[in-house]
Design a protein around this ligand. Sequence first.
Ligand code: SAM
Length: 232
Amino acid sequence: MGQRKEQRRPFNRDVEYWNDFYKNKFFMSEPTAFARTILPYLKPGKKLIDVGCGNGRDSLFFYQSGINVLGIDASDVAIGQLQGKAKEGKLSFLCGDFTRQPDEAETYDYCYSRFTLHAISQEQSDLLFQHAARILKDGGVIWIEARSVHDDLYGQGIPLGKNEFLFDGHYRRFIEKKGLKKELEKAGFSVVYMEESRDFAPFQNERPAIIRAVGVKKGNRRTGGQGNGDEI
Ligand SMILES: C[S@@+](CC[C@H](N)C(=O)[O-])C[C@H]1O[C@@H](n2cnc3c(N)ncnc32)[C@H](O)[C@@H]1O
């Protein structure tokens, strides 16, 4: 399959892989180190959208910490498992494309993207940032953690295009710090933090090369001491 055709495949191209993952493989329920790290910067009562929430381990953690959460994922299996945990007005889950949903404007304080950027194409990533800029309030914050081009998995599988590979039945696109910063800025974010490390997400014997980034949505109105960005 040519790389162009591959990139044009729909948002849920890997839905079978992820359904199988959430159905049959280990069910990781502990919140991630990234979620724990950023929690002190989040204010209770604020609204967070977890894009690519997977089994909801971080969505549930944020909700239990007093944040109102919407988790979105393309996997109907993952979202199906989470529906019973929803709490009206405080915690909800949606099966769909996080580059487009929900169809609201200026609603969220935080957009949380953990290990999802490297699961989507460049085109989808651009759409996600545009969408995040639309649904975040001025001063709203996007929190990102994703695999970098220096990750050991880079190069494994079938090459598709720049930094993209089809490996073990699913798609990965590895992220470059410089490019990520430019893309966030183009979408209307100020990048207030960006770092790469192998200490961010150790898992069993692996120490993946991970980029963390934080962007604050630039706005027309002054946020003063009330904006989320001032506290970072
Ligand atoms: C590596 S998992 C990360 C899950 C979770 N954030 C975590 O850290 O455990 C990537 C998730 O992104 C979801 N995903 C990928 N592209 C998507 C899209 N366009 N819309 C919604 N979900 C998507 C997949 O279904 C999968 O559950």
